[in-house]
Design a binder for this molecule. Structure first.
Ligand SMILES: NC(=O)C1=CN([C@@H]2O[C@H](COP(=O)(O)OP(=O)(O)OC[C@H]3O[C@@H](n4cnc5c(N)ncnc54)[C@H](OP(=O)(O)O)[C@@H]3O)[C@@H](O)[C@H]2O)C=CC1
Ligand SMILES: O=C(O)CCC(=O)C(=O)O
Ligand SMILES: [Mg+2]
Length: 403
């Protein structure tokens, strides 16, 4: 009997036949979701010999939802994710410079999925523009509910922008030009602390070496600068004895006391080049929303690009897994793009459920397909002697090596 996942005494209770909602997504979403679902079902079947299976439940968002219900994000979709705790989604389109707000961001805010967790790790055989992609193994914890993503913005020359400008210029002695669009960035102590807490717990549970706070606190002193200060303060107060700050170490990175996690910080512009030039010095990264958005795409480029970039939006219990990339609209419906990103997001989901055997089978199957140079266009164009396959053929290659 299919059953809902629920939380009891602070733990997820997951039956052998859980109901998991999915959003197919826009653009290339349906192609990569179809491939992902087949791979996950095959891995679960193989790992548990029919004892376990997932009951997929479609929920609507984006273009399909608008077409069928007249709403871009029906309330039932948000409710269904709350009710079923774990869900997975394809990418959803966001209009630029006007139109409705990002459905992706709205889902994260409505469900309070405050950590966007994006692991970036190289799989052997994947082509990379850097010499040592094997040195890249970071997990980005991006704050997922605040910063400029809160959507507080006023269009240039609108009545609201005029009011905001008048307030800023008259009451706050600012000098905002008359023709400026205005946006508000906020970062709170509570949101910074809960993200840092999650990242440190993850680092401890997974034997990671360091947690780096990435911020632009030299310029945005009371948002990103405070983010840095709150993160350090939380590490020192709640994780005393388990961490050491870089400043407390005698010389850069040396003599780390056994079992302690180094907490350090980097200014975000520097961090982009650090991650390219000295990736092995970085491990878990904690950062506000916009930095994390930029950094996760840039880091992905080193390990094969957006087709290989998984992620999960995770709250206290509710988790919504999705690829790092968007809808890649020019490839929509062509059965062309790499489903690896969503497949690896499903691996994260299976690990979150504790279904580690199925997760490992998929990771191994994917690595095997790549080692045989059976890859989609994005990897094929960077590889010599590759056999370029479609989205669905790539999924089939993974399934063949699983079963
Ligand atoms: N979470 C979400 O749902 C997200 C949604 N979006 C939305 O997606 C839409 C398109 O955004 P855009 O800026 O074009 O970014 P995308 O991430 O959709 O695509 C940018 C480029 O990345 C490469 N790429 C993306 N996905 C894959 C894949 N699965 N396999 C191989 N290559 C891939 C392609 O590169 P190439 O051209 O070199 O082949 C593609 O042109 C926008 O509406 C945006 O708002 C964006 C990010 C996240
Ligand atoms: O919501 C969107 O359209 C973009 C979101 C995004 O780029 C991301 O989550 O990385
Ligand atoms: Mg992004």
């Amino acid at each position: 009997m299919p059953e809902k996942i629920y939380v009891k005494d602070g733990k997820l209770i997951i039956s052998d036949n859980p109901i998991i909602p999915f959003i197919e997504g826009d653009g290339t979403g349906p192609d990569i979701w179809r491939a992902t679902r087949k791979v996950v079902d095959a891995a679960v079947e193989k790992a548990y010999g029919g004892r376990r299976s997932i009951e997929w439940k479609e929920i609507l968002a984006g273009e399909k939802a608008f077409h069928l219900t007249g709403k871009w994000l029906p309330e039932e979709t948000v409710d269904a994710i709350k009710e079923h705790i774990i869900a997975i989604k394809g990418p959803l389109t966001t209009p630029i410079g006007g139109g409705f707000r990002s459905i992706n961001v709205t889902l994260r805010q409505e469900l309070d999925l405050y950590a966007c967790v994006r692991p970036v790790k190289w799989i052997p055989g994947v082509p990379s523009p850097v010499v040592h992609p094997e040195h890249v193994d970071v997990v980005i914890f991006r704050e997922n509910t605040e910063d400029i993503y809160a959507g507080i913005e006023w269009e240039a020359e609108s009545e609201d922008a005029k009011k905001a400008r008048q307030f800023l210029n008259i009451e706050m002695s600012c000098n905002v030009p008359e023709d400026a669009g205005i946006g508000v960035k906020y970062i709170s102590k509570a949101a910074s602390e809960r993200l840092m807490r999650k990242a440190l717990k993850y680092a401890i549970e997974n034997g990671r070496k360091s947690v780096t706070i990435v911020h632009k606190g030299n310029i945005m002193k009371y948002t990103e600068g405070s983010f840095k200060n709150w993160c350090y303060a939380l590490a020192k107060s709640e994780f005393a004895g388990k961490i050491v700050t870089e400043e407390e170490l005698p010389s850069c990175g040396s003599n780390v006391p056994e079992g302690k996690i180094i907490v350090k910080d980097r200014i975000s512009d520097n961090m982009f080049q650090q991650l390219l030039l000295r990736p092995s010095e970085y491990d878990v990264i904690v950062t506000p929303n916009l930095n994390g958005d930029y950094l996760s795409d840039a880091a992905a480029a080193q390990v094969g690009g957006l087709g290989m970039a998984p992620g999960g939006n995770i709250g206290d219990y509710i988790a919504l897994f999705e690829a790092t990339h968007g809808t890649a609209p020019k490839y929509a419906g062509l059965d062309k793009v790499n489903p690896g990103s969503l497949i690896l997001s499903a691996v994260m989901m299976l690990e979150y459920m504790g279904w580690k055997e199925a997760a490992s089978l998929i990771t191994e199957g994917l690595a095997k397909a790549i080692s045989q140079k059976t890859v989609t266009y994005d990897l094929a164009r960077q590889m010599e002697g590759a056999r370029e396959v479609t989205t669905s053929e790539f999924a089939r290659a993974i399934i063949e090596s699983i079963t």
